[in-house]
Design a protein around this ligand. Structure first.
Ligand code: AMP
Length: 392
């Protein structure tokens, strides 16, 4: 892949696929992180004498829904870039063509929601070729959509001689490489979240590179059941006992040490304020459900994390959204932050772990926070993502 730094943007037009799929609260953008994350690449092209044509999807429109127009992003983009952004109410067609031809170095043109055309998701060649005719260079900086073989993320690349990953995508690729290909040892993967079924293939792939596997959150109970423990009313997937055993066997074969919870905070119901107590995880009474890891486990998990040189974290240790069950996730987040401060490399990914790290104000204490949920999970499974492959 040609690094972006090896491309000359002087008097050239760059078509940049970004991820402006941001959440709204009424008319206000409630989290502008994704727009913010795209700014360095746009500025890089402008500073190097080029112009930018910026394209993205927003939501899952069924038709031209006004509430999913990229016009709603324009003002925020202008404010973050500190310049006027030109907006066209389409992403292909004569008006767009005219606007792109008029575009001067230093200017930014924002196109309308790509998903207003069903051809985008279908990966349509004609649509991709029409988009490609707007610019000289193609840049993909939308890591969150690289696992999709859409027209603007994958098909389009074949129509450009000059193409590259943007600065954000480049960082995402490098961070994953650091964990999956040449990690400094010991390497620890922390996995959590509701279900083991959604993470089996990731764990199986990770076992090839890690030394320690820390398992918390709802998925731990299926492992506990597998080992003969009593899980009470905790979330559990008995149909996946075989997969848990396979993971344990594979871990043994690869010399990976597994850390499961020892104790757990249980509650009478899935509520912040019902009766709670801490019990041995092997003996959860009927009528009680485990919603967070207990004090002994917090110590055990934190100790292994603090001794690690490379840390990958995906999934919370408990129902961190409720204050009574956030301590486990907070303890792990603090341990990752401490290890990072001492020079370890930490990569945090997956919507909920990222939300947790933000909630505990530890976002800036991690080496890298991935912007892609599904894309990161597929990368960790060892899949080659179509959006990245297309740039090679
Ligand atoms: P996932 O999307 O699979 O990573 O799951 C994240 C969700 O798992 C979060 O919303 C957590 O609240 C939830 N979760 C974590 N631990 C538990 C648990 N012990 N019981 C039920 N849900 C949990």
């Amino acid at each position: 892949m040609t690094p972006i730094k090896d491309i000359s943007f002087l008097n050239k037009k760059a078509l940049i696929r970004v991820d402006f799929n941001v959440p709204f609260d009424g008319d206000t953008i409630s989290d502008n992180s994704r727009i913010l994350a795209a700014i360095p690449t746009i500025n890089y092209v402008l500073e190097n004498g080029g112009s930018c044509i910026v394209m993205s999807h927003l939501g899952r429109p069924k038709n031209r829904e006004k509430k999913l127009s990229l016009a709603r992003i324009k003002r925020e983009l202008e404010s973050l870039l500190g310049l006027v952004v030109i907006f066209v109410e389409d992403c292909v067609g004569p008006e767009v063509k005219k606007a792109s031809q008029r575009l001067m170095p230093g200017q930014v043109l924002l196109l309308e929601n790509l998903r207003f055309y069903k051809e985008e998701v279908a990966g349509d060649e004609n649509f991709a070729e029409e988009l490609s005719s707007l610019a000289d260079i193609y840049i993909n900086d939308a890591y969150g959509t690289t696992h999709r073989a859409h027209a603007s993320t994958s098909t389009i690349a074949r129509y450009f001689a000059e193409k590259s990953a943007g600065l954000l995508l480049e960082k995402e690729i490098l961070s994953l490489k650091k964990v999956l290909e040449s990690p400094e040892k010991p390497v620890t993967a922390i996995v959590g979240g509701a279900k083991v079924s959604s993470k089996i293939s990731i764990i199986a792939n990770m076992l090839k590179v890690i030394d320690n596997l820390v398992i918390g959150g709802g998925m731990a109970y299926t492992f506990i059941l597998n080992s003969g423990g009593k899980v009470g009313d905790s979330i559990c997937e008995p149909e996946n006992l075989g997969d848990c055993q396979e993971i344990l066997n594979l871990a043994k074969k690869n010399n990976v040490k597994i850390f499961l919870p020892i104790d757990v905070v249980v509650s009478k119901s899935f509520s912040n304020s019902d009766k709670q107590k801490e019990v041995d995880i092997q003996n959860i009474p009927d009528g009680w459900q485990g919603l967070d890891i207990g004090a002994k486990t917090r110590k055990s998990f934190s100790d292994v994390v603090k001794q690690s040189k490379t840390i990958l974290w995906n999934g919370p240790m408990g129902v961190f959204e409720m204050s009574s069950f956030q301590n486990g996730t907070r303890a792990v987040a603090e341990a990752v932050a401490e290890a990072t401060k001492k020079g370890s490399f930490s990569l945090v990914g997956g919507g909920d772990s990222v939300a947790a790290v933000k909630k505990f104000n530890l976002k800036d204490k991690m080496s890298f926070i991935s912007t892609g949920g599904g894309a990161m999970l597929e990368s960790l499974e060892g899949k080659v993502l179509p959006g990245i492959k297309a740039l090679q």
